[in-house]
Design a protein around this ligand. Structure first.
Ligand SMILES: Cc1ncc(COP(=O)(O)O)c(C=O)c1O
Length: 405
């Protein structure tokens, strides 16, 4: 056995064997050993519309055969402009504009830079502090690494981005204290409305509303990182709508194309756009070669069309009800100690005292029985494609119960 030539992300570089997938269709995957899996994680929390969608593949194919060009000044193209408009139109931010990039990590770094840029343009150079919540995940670029609350992910990369402070993920009073002390130097707060990779934690009551108030009062920006939550996951197009909060910036990726093309971005509110647009001579010195790549844009449009046409945003709530009922029954009979979630994103907390390696063992047993979920600490996370049928949800819950036993 030798190590593969590919260095796998978030894996031990010395690991030699991986499960080799060969096909995906709907919510199912097959590996080269002939094993069939139900994907109850939507790959990496990203596939809203299921696999094997010809409409999206055809849209990307047609776009690549027609035009594949950048959108740096002076260039534009109709597909990329239409994707930006489509994304802005399903977002809750009125008259917003959209910056496009290639991933969630790039979207977080972009939002971070805009958050620092706005006070610079407004003549407030001392406003540089950005607050992060504990337990949160914001990707792996340098700002995202500095902004994430999962401590092991921040280690061994040398000095991180300065002027980042952490607030408690559940107790808003911790944020209130930092605002009271540093308010005039705070540029913004970044926050996953529902924390995903940190273990699926919906916000505690009033947390987001109070955070919005603190930001507004201090003149700081509120960034919602909707990389997992966006595009229907929480039962609305965005979690901002689920919790009825208007952030200043919203990052997105994943569900925007259901992973058919790499695409991320930032939805920029009118208030922030006004600052960026105020000086006609100001040049926005930020952008990636693949910002607004027409193939990603074509995938986004086709994917959003499917989400709309097939009513998948509404379907997320039905998925949530079924997971809630099934997981509650497992809590009732003592197999689980708790459940957390909203819409179509859930976590099952294993019995008190479960160690992370035991969670991984249960996940592995579930894989052997053909169900994919994600182990996080003492919990297993579920985030299935929004096309999953009730019988497949029930199968996932049955396999979970079996494997805990
Ligand atoms: C909330 C959140 N932000 C950012 C990211 C980073 O996205 P990417 O892996 O596409 O860079 C992720 C990825 O899981 C995420 O969950």
């Amino acid at each position: 056995m030798t190590t593969p030539r590919l260095i796998h992300p978030f894996a031990k570089p010395a690991k030699e064997t991986f499960r080799n997938l060969v096909k995906a269709e709907g919510v199912r995957l097959w590996d080269d050993q002939g094993r069939e899996y139900i994907d109850a994680l939507g790959s990496l929390w990203y596939c809203q519309v299921g696999y094997g969608r010809d409409e999206i593949a055809d849209a990307v194919d047609a776009q690549l055969r027609t035009l594949n060009y950048n959108v740096f000044d002076p260039w534009a193209n109709a597909t990329t402009e239409a994707a930006a408009a489509r994304i802005a139109d399903v977002s809750p931010l009125p008259d917003a504009r959209v910056f496009l990039c290639g991933s969630g990590s790039e979207s977080v770094d972009t939002a971070f830079k805009i958050t620092r840029l706005v006070p610079q343009l407004k003549g407030e150079p001392d406003r540089q502090i950005v607050l992060r919540r504990g337990r949160v995940y914001h990707g792996v670029n340098m700002a995202g690494t500095s902004l994430q609350g999962i401590a092991p992910n921040r280690e061994n990369w040398g000095e991180l981005v300065p002027h980042v402070m952490e607030i408690d993920p559940d107790d808003i009073e911790s944020a209130a204290r930092i605002f009271a002390e540093h308010g005039e130097r705070i540029a913004g707060v970044i926050c996953e409305p529902v924390q995903g990779a940190g273990g699926v934690h919906p916000p505690t009551d009033d947390y987001l509303r109070r955070l919005r108030e603190l930001c507004t009062k201090a003149g700081a920006l509120l960034i919602f990182d909707e990389v997992i939550c966006g595009f229907g996951r929480t039962g609305e197009w965005f979690a901002a709508q689920t919790y009825d909060i208007e952030p200043d910036l919203m990052t997105f990726a994943k569900g925007v194309t259901s992973g058919y093309q790499p695409l991320g971005g930032v939805i920029v509110s009118r208030g922030v756009c006004d600052v960026l647009e105020s000086d006609p001579e100001y040049l926005f010195r930020h952008g990636y070669t693949y910002s607004g790549h027409p193939a990603g844009a074509a995938a986004a449009i086709a994917n959003i069309d499917i989400i709309e046409r097939d009513g998948l945003v509404e379907r997320a709530s039905g998925i949530g009800e079924r997971f809630h009922a099934g997981l509650s029954a497992l809590v009732g009979d003592g197999r689980l100690s708790a459940l957390r979630g909203v819409g179509a994103i859930w976590a099952a907390k294993l019995p008190e005292g479960t160690e992370p390696h035991q969670t991984v063992a249960i996940r592995d047993a579930m894989l052997d029985k053909g169900v994919i979920c994600r182990p996080i600490g003492d919990s297993l996370a579920f985030c299935p494609p929004l096309v999953i049928e009730d019988a497949d949800i029930d199968r996932c819950l049955d396999v979970l119960a079996d494997c805990i036993d």
